[in-house]
Design a protein around this ligand. Structure first.
Ligand code: PXP
Length: 251
Protein backbone atom coordinates (compact mmCIF):
# COMPACT_ATOMS: atom_id res chain seq x y z
CA UNK A 1 0.00 0.00 0.00
CA UNK A 2 1.25 3.47 -0.85
CA UNK A 3 1.93 5.69 2.15
CA UNK A 4 1.01 9.32 1.71
CA UNK A 5 3.50 11.77 3.12
CA UNK A 6 1.72 14.67 4.80
CA UNK A 7 3.22 18.14 5.11
CA UNK A 8 2.63 20.16 8.26
CA UNK A 9 3.66 23.78 7.79
CA UNK A 10 4.98 25.45 10.93
CA UNK A 11 4.04 29.13 10.93
CA UNK A 12 5.91 30.18 14.11
CA UNK A 13 8.36 32.41 12.31
CA UNK A 14 5.70 34.45 10.57
CA UNK A 15 4.82 35.43 14.14
CA UNK A 16 8.52 36.03 14.90
CA UNK A 17 8.57 38.70 12.17
CA UNK A 18 5.29 40.20 13.39
CA UNK A 19 6.57 40.37 16.96
CA UNK A 20 9.79 42.09 15.88
CA UNK A 21 7.66 45.23 15.48
CA UNK A 22 4.61 44.43 17.57
CA UNK A 23 1.33 45.05 15.80
CA UNK A 24 -0.51 42.62 13.56
CA UNK A 25 1.62 42.20 10.38
CA UNK A 26 2.46 39.69 9.03
CA UNK A 27 -0.46 37.62 10.29
CA UNK A 28 0.41 33.94 10.94
CA UNK A 29 -3.24 32.96 10.47
CA UNK A 30 -3.19 34.41 6.95
CA UNK A 31 -0.01 32.38 6.38
CA UNK A 32 -1.78 29.26 7.66
CA UNK A 33 -4.64 29.75 5.20
CA UNK A 34 -2.20 30.34 2.36
CA UNK A 35 -0.20 27.25 3.40
CA UNK A 36 -3.39 25.18 3.28
CA UNK A 37 -4.16 26.46 -0.22
CA UNK A 38 -0.59 25.64 -1.33
CA UNK A 39 -0.83 22.01 -0.25
CA UNK A 40 -0.15 21.83 3.48
CA UNK A 41 -2.08 18.99 5.11
CA UNK A 42 -1.85 20.57 8.53
CA UNK A 43 -0.66 23.62 10.42
CA UNK A 44 1.88 23.40 13.20
CA UNK A 45 2.39 26.09 15.83
CA UNK A 46 4.48 26.14 19.00
CA UNK A 47 3.11 28.21 21.85
CA UNK A 48 6.24 28.83 23.88
CA UNK A 49 6.21 29.67 27.56
CA UNK A 50 7.70 33.12 26.76
CA UNK A 51 5.32 33.70 23.77
CA UNK A 52 8.28 34.78 21.64
CA UNK A 53 6.40 34.02 18.41
CA UNK A 54 2.94 32.41 18.46
CA UNK A 55 0.62 33.87 21.09
CA UNK A 56 -2.54 32.55 22.69
CA UNK A 57 -4.83 34.48 20.36
CA UNK A 58 -3.07 32.96 17.30
CA UNK A 59 -3.93 29.47 18.57
CA UNK A 60 -7.53 30.46 19.08
CA UNK A 61 -7.76 31.96 15.58
CA UNK A 62 -6.05 29.03 13.85
CA UNK A 63 -8.49 26.70 15.54
CA UNK A 64 -11.47 28.89 14.58
CA UNK A 65 -10.51 30.01 11.08
CA UNK A 66 -8.28 27.37 9.49
CA UNK A 67 -9.77 24.16 8.14
CA UNK A 68 -6.57 22.13 8.19
CA UNK A 69 -5.86 20.24 11.43
CA UNK A 70 -3.72 22.02 14.01
CA UNK A 71 -0.68 20.32 15.47
CA UNK A 72 -0.14 22.21 18.73
CA UNK A 73 3.48 22.03 19.89
CA UNK A 74 3.77 22.37 23.62
CA UNK A 75 6.07 21.90 26.57
CA UNK A 76 4.95 19.40 29.20
CA UNK A 77 3.76 22.02 31.70
CA UNK A 78 0.44 22.41 33.54
CA UNK A 79 -0.15 25.73 31.75
CA UNK A 80 0.22 24.20 28.27
CA UNK A 81 -1.82 21.14 29.24
CA UNK A 82 -4.68 23.44 30.30
CA UNK A 83 -4.47 25.34 26.99
CA UNK A 84 -4.45 22.11 24.98
CA UNK A 85 -7.48 20.82 26.87
CA UNK A 86 -9.29 24.12 26.30
CA UNK A 87 -8.71 24.18 22.52
CA UNK A 88 -8.60 20.40 21.88
CA UNK A 89 -6.51 20.69 18.70
CA UNK A 90 -6.38 17.72 16.34
CA UNK A 91 -2.88 16.88 17.62
CA UNK A 92 -0.45 17.96 20.30
CA UNK A 93 3.27 17.37 20.01
CA UNK A 94 5.11 17.45 23.33
CA UNK A 95 8.51 19.07 22.94
CA UNK A 96 11.26 19.85 25.44
CA UNK A 97 11.57 23.58 26.05
CA UNK A 98 14.36 25.63 27.57
CA UNK A 99 13.79 29.33 27.94
CA UNK A 100 17.27 30.31 26.73
CA UNK A 101 17.38 28.09 23.62
CA UNK A 102 16.99 29.54 20.11
CA UNK A 103 14.94 26.59 18.94
CA UNK A 104 13.99 23.12 20.18
CA UNK A 105 17.49 21.79 20.68
CA UNK A 106 17.04 18.11 21.34
CA UNK A 107 14.40 15.47 21.76
CA UNK A 108 12.12 14.99 24.72
CA UNK A 109 13.38 12.55 27.35
CA UNK A 110 10.46 10.12 27.20
CA UNK A 111 12.42 7.58 29.28
CA UNK A 112 13.38 9.88 32.18
CA UNK A 113 10.13 11.88 32.08
CA UNK A 114 7.82 8.88 32.34
CA UNK A 115 6.00 9.73 35.59
CA UNK A 116 5.54 13.37 34.67
CA UNK A 117 4.41 12.70 31.09
CA UNK A 118 2.10 9.72 31.55
CA UNK A 119 -0.88 11.47 33.24
CA UNK A 120 -0.59 14.44 30.90
CA UNK A 121 -0.69 12.21 27.82
CA UNK A 122 -3.65 10.27 29.25
CA UNK A 123 -5.66 13.47 29.81
CA UNK A 124 -5.02 14.69 26.27
CA UNK A 125 -5.88 11.32 24.72
CA UNK A 126 -9.09 11.22 26.75
CA UNK A 127 -9.94 14.66 25.32
CA UNK A 128 -9.57 13.23 21.80
CA UNK A 129 -6.20 14.88 21.06
CA UNK A 130 -3.71 12.80 19.07
CA UNK A 131 -0.53 13.02 21.13
CA UNK A 132 2.95 12.85 19.68
CA UNK A 133 6.36 13.03 21.33
CA UNK A 134 9.25 14.89 19.70
CA UNK A 135 12.18 12.56 20.35
CA UNK A 136 15.67 11.68 19.18
CA UNK A 137 15.83 8.74 16.74
CA UNK A 138 16.74 6.37 19.55
CA UNK A 139 15.02 2.98 20.06
CA UNK A 140 14.81 3.41 23.84
CA UNK A 141 12.86 6.67 23.38
CA UNK A 142 10.51 4.96 20.93
CA UNK A 143 9.90 2.10 23.34
CA UNK A 144 9.21 4.66 26.08
CA UNK A 145 6.63 6.37 23.84
CA UNK A 146 4.76 3.06 23.61
CA UNK A 147 4.82 2.56 27.36
CA UNK A 148 3.54 6.14 27.80
CA UNK A 149 0.60 5.37 25.51
CA UNK A 150 1.54 7.99 22.88
CA UNK A 151 0.31 6.86 19.46
CA UNK A 152 2.71 9.07 17.49
CA UNK A 153 6.37 10.10 17.59
CA UNK A 154 8.12 12.86 15.69
CA UNK A 155 11.79 12.14 15.05
CA UNK A 156 14.09 15.13 15.51
CA UNK A 157 15.97 15.72 12.25
CA UNK A 158 17.93 18.72 13.55
CA UNK A 159 21.24 16.84 13.93
CA UNK A 160 20.84 15.33 10.46
CA UNK A 161 20.25 18.82 9.05
CA UNK A 162 23.27 20.33 10.81
CA UNK A 163 25.76 17.59 9.92
CA UNK A 164 27.56 16.95 6.63
CA UNK A 165 29.29 14.07 4.86
CA UNK A 166 29.69 10.75 6.66
CA UNK A 167 28.37 12.13 9.93
CA UNK A 168 25.13 13.09 8.20
CA UNK A 169 24.90 9.66 6.59
CA UNK A 170 25.32 8.04 10.01
CA UNK A 171 22.58 10.23 11.46
CA UNK A 172 20.36 9.45 8.48
CA UNK A 173 20.86 5.72 9.12
CA UNK A 174 19.80 6.29 12.75
CA UNK A 175 16.60 8.05 11.57
CA UNK A 176 15.87 5.31 9.05
CA UNK A 177 16.34 2.59 11.68
CA UNK A 178 14.20 4.49 14.19
CA UNK A 179 11.38 4.89 11.65
CA UNK A 180 11.49 1.15 10.93
CA UNK A 181 11.42 0.44 14.68
CA UNK A 182 8.43 2.79 15.10
CA UNK A 183 6.59 0.87 12.42
CA UNK A 184 7.39 -2.45 14.07
CA UNK A 185 6.13 -1.39 17.51
CA UNK A 186 2.97 0.25 16.15
CA UNK A 187 3.82 3.95 16.40
CA UNK A 188 2.87 6.47 13.72
CA UNK A 189 6.09 8.18 12.72
CA UNK A 190 6.62 11.85 11.83
CA UNK A 191 9.84 13.82 11.42
CA UNK A 192 10.95 17.41 11.39
CA UNK A 193 13.34 20.21 12.26
CA UNK A 194 15.85 21.91 10.00
CA UNK A 195 14.46 20.46 6.75
CA UNK A 196 15.14 22.36 3.53
CA UNK A 197 14.91 21.86 -0.25
CA UNK A 198 18.46 20.47 -0.11
CA UNK A 199 18.05 17.89 2.63
CA UNK A 200 14.39 16.82 2.52
CA UNK A 201 14.63 14.18 -0.22
CA UNK A 202 16.31 11.34 1.74
CA UNK A 203 13.98 11.87 4.72
CA UNK A 204 10.89 11.96 2.47
CA UNK A 205 12.08 8.67 0.96
CA UNK A 206 11.70 6.82 4.29
CA UNK A 207 8.34 5.21 3.63
CA UNK A 208 7.40 4.55 7.24
CA UNK A 209 7.44 8.30 7.95
CA UNK A 210 3.96 9.68 7.25
CA UNK A 211 4.33 13.38 8.10
CA UNK A 212 7.02 16.06 7.94
CA UNK A 213 6.74 19.31 9.88
CA UNK A 214 8.66 22.16 8.29
CA UNK A 215 8.74 25.83 9.21
CA UNK A 216 11.81 28.04 9.45
CA UNK A 217 13.20 27.31 6.00
CA UNK A 218 9.83 27.84 4.30
CA UNK A 219 9.25 31.19 5.98
CA UNK A 220 12.80 32.28 5.07
CA UNK A 221 12.39 31.10 1.49
CA UNK A 222 9.10 32.99 1.27
CA UNK A 223 11.11 36.23 1.38
CA UNK A 224 12.59 35.32 -2.00
CA UNK A 225 9.92 33.33 -3.80
CA UNK A 226 6.73 33.76 -1.78
CA UNK A 227 5.20 31.34 0.69
CA UNK A 228 2.93 29.70 -1.87
CA UNK A 229 5.81 28.90 -4.21
CA UNK A 230 8.10 27.70 -1.37
CA UNK A 231 5.44 25.32 -0.04
CA UNK A 232 4.54 24.02 -3.51
CA UNK A 233 8.19 23.29 -4.26
CA UNK A 234 8.67 21.51 -0.91
CA UNK A 235 5.49 19.51 -1.53
CA UNK A 236 6.70 18.47 -4.96
CA UNK A 237 10.17 17.43 -3.69
CA UNK A 238 8.51 15.36 -0.97
CA UNK A 239 6.05 13.76 -3.38
CA UNK A 240 8.77 12.93 -5.88
CA UNK A 241 11.03 11.40 -3.22
CA UNK A 242 8.13 9.33 -1.88
CA UNK A 243 7.06 8.13 -5.34
CA UNK A 244 10.63 7.08 -6.14
CA UNK A 245 11.03 5.25 -2.83
CA UNK A 246 7.69 3.46 -3.31
CA UNK A 247 8.71 2.56 -6.88
CA UNK A 248 12.06 1.16 -5.71
CA UNK A 249 10.28 -0.87 -3.02
CA UNK A 250 7.82 -2.47 -5.39
CA UNK A 251 10.39 -3.10 -8.19
N1 PXP B 1 8.86 19.80 14.60
C1 PXP B 1 9.01 20.23 15.87
C2 PXP B 1 8.54 19.35 16.97
C3 PXP B 1 9.55 21.50 16.15
O1 PXP B 1 9.70 21.91 17.42
C4 PXP B 1 9.91 22.34 15.06
C5 PXP B 1 10.44 23.71 15.32
O2 PXP B 1 9.51 24.45 16.00
C6 PXP B 1 9.71 21.85 13.76
C7 PXP B 1 9.21 20.57 13.56
C8 PXP B 1 10.03 22.67 12.55
O3 PXP B 1 11.40 22.92 12.50
P1 PXP B 1 11.93 23.99 11.46
O4 PXP B 1 11.32 25.30 11.84
O5 PXP B 1 13.41 23.95 11.65
O6 PXP B 1 11.50 23.54 10.10
Amino acid sequence: MKSKLRLGVNIDHVATIRNARGGIYPDPVRAAKLAAAAGADGITAHLREDRRHICDDDIQRINDEVEQPLNFEMAATPEMLAIALRHTPHAACIVPEKREEQTTEGGLDAVGGHNHLKPMIRQMLDAGIRVSLFIEPDPSQLDAAVSLGAPVVELHTGRYADLAGEAREAEFARIEAAAAHADKIGLECHAGHGLTFDNVTPIAGITSIVELNIGHFLVGEAIFSGLDSAIRRMRSLMDRARAEAEGARSA
